[in-house]
Design a protein around this ligand. Structure first.
Ligand SMILES: NC(=O)c1ccc[n+]([C@@H]2O[C@H](COP(=O)([O-])OP(=O)(O)OC[C@H]3O[C@@H](n4cnc5c(N)ncnc54)[C@H](OP(=O)(O)O)[C@@H]3O)[C@@H](O)[C@H]2O)c1
Length: 314
């Protein structure tokens, strides 16, 4: 390894455990920022990863409840619903001049992070993978791929490239993208229809794409139009082809959260589509109906007209 790269991983779940585990195995000093119980388990038992891509391995790791040393990059891997609380564990003094790389699904958290941290340190990220924390410190990576896209409108290009090079050298397939809007909306334009329909129907992709075909095509069209209004290039035909190509039994993480009675990332995945549609005068009636049904079922407050992400406090 050429250089040790100090890494903080905030949220040792399916994504954080996988990314942090791969980086720790490559020899980088990784500190997990976790809630007390998870931190204690990680410190005593370490982290085990089972993966068809990275193999099965175990690493000893360090976990804290509040970041206490300078890092080169702080990777945010909590759910959108926990982001605000989790950032309390990342004081500005500890981050120093390190980069912040959120891998959460969604779009609007970037604005909130740029309010809280110096914008020149904030890098947009998206991860394509299926990875689950099956127990404390036990990660199962089940997709035959794990791809990370990074890019930033505000951080210097050379720092983003250096970050991508470190992730790639550790084994994580990482690409630098030129356009942040495309990077984020590309992911959401596929994810939002899949998440909303599979959760609404309580059924995996294979069932939804037959039983709910009309709704699926409508939502894909609406979200793609919204993405284009936000400056991205979303092609509904290509997105539908991607949905048709996923394995029959594939479930979305929103669906798994709903089944387990956990909070769902409805605002970060569906609310953002409706807010962006409203802002740009795009019609999204089917998406609005699905989001409202899911909101009522999940007993969540009304979808705010303004992004909550902008209310991440210092
Ligand atoms: N999983 C996937 O395959 C996948 C794929 C692509 C994108 N994503 C996105 O990636 C993000 C993370 O998803 P995930 O599946 O990795 O979630 P997850 O497995 O639920 O992990 C979230 C982790 O955050 C921790 N956490 C919660 N509140 C915290 C706090 N206040 N301080 C520190 N840690 C806290 C939880 O810790 P505890 O142990 O204390 O509960 C948990 O370990 C989401 O936005 C998701 O949509 C996920």
């Amino acid at each position: 390894m050429e250089q040790r790269y100090g890494v903080a991983i905030v949220g040792p779940g399916g994504i954080g455990g996988l990314v942090g585990g791969v980086l720790a195995r490559a020899g980088h000093p990784v500190t997990f920022v976790a809630r007390p119980e998870s931190a204690a388990r990680l410190n005593s038992d370490g982290l085990s990863v089972r993966s068809a891509v990275f193999g099965d391995f175990h690493v000893a790791v360090r976990a804290v409840t509040r970041l206490d040393e300078r890092v080169d990059v702080c990777v945010l891997t909590v759910k959108a619903t926990s982001l605000r609380q989790a950032l309390a564990g990342v004081p500005l003094s500890a981050l120093a001049d390190g980069l912040v790389l959120p891998l959460l699904n969604g779009v609007e958290h970037l604005a909130g992070l740029r309010d809280r941290f110096p914008p020149a340190q904030v890098v947009a990220g998206a991860i394509r993978v299926e990875s689950t924390r099956v127990g404390p410190g036990r990660i199962e990576h089940t997709s035959p791929f794990c791809r990370i896209d990074v890019g930033s409108e505000t951080a210097p290009r050379e720092r983003v490239e250096a970050l991508a090079a470190q992730l790639s050298r550790a084994g994580l397939d990482t690409r630098v993208r030129d356009d942040e809007a495309n990077l984020l909306w590309d992911k959401l334009a596929f994810l939002a229809p899949m998440a909303l329909l599979t959760t609404h129907d309580g059924a995996p992709a294979g069932v939804v794409r037959t039983r709910r075909r009309a709704d699926l095509e409508a939502v894909i069209g609406e979200v793609a139009a919204v993405a284009r209004s936000a400056g991205a290039q979303a092609d509904p035909v290509a997105i539908l082809a991607m949905v048709d190509a996923v394995p029959e039994g594939m479930k979305s993480s929103m669906q798994r959260d709903a089944e387990a009675g956990r909070p769902i990332e409805l605002d970060a995945i569906g609310g953002v589509v409706l807010r962006t549609a409203r802002r740009h005068g795009v019609e999204a009636p089917v998406t609005a109906r699905l989001v409202e049904d899911l909101r009522v079922r999940a007993d969540q407050p009304p979808i705010p007209q303004q992004s909550r992400a902008n209310r991440i406090e210092r």
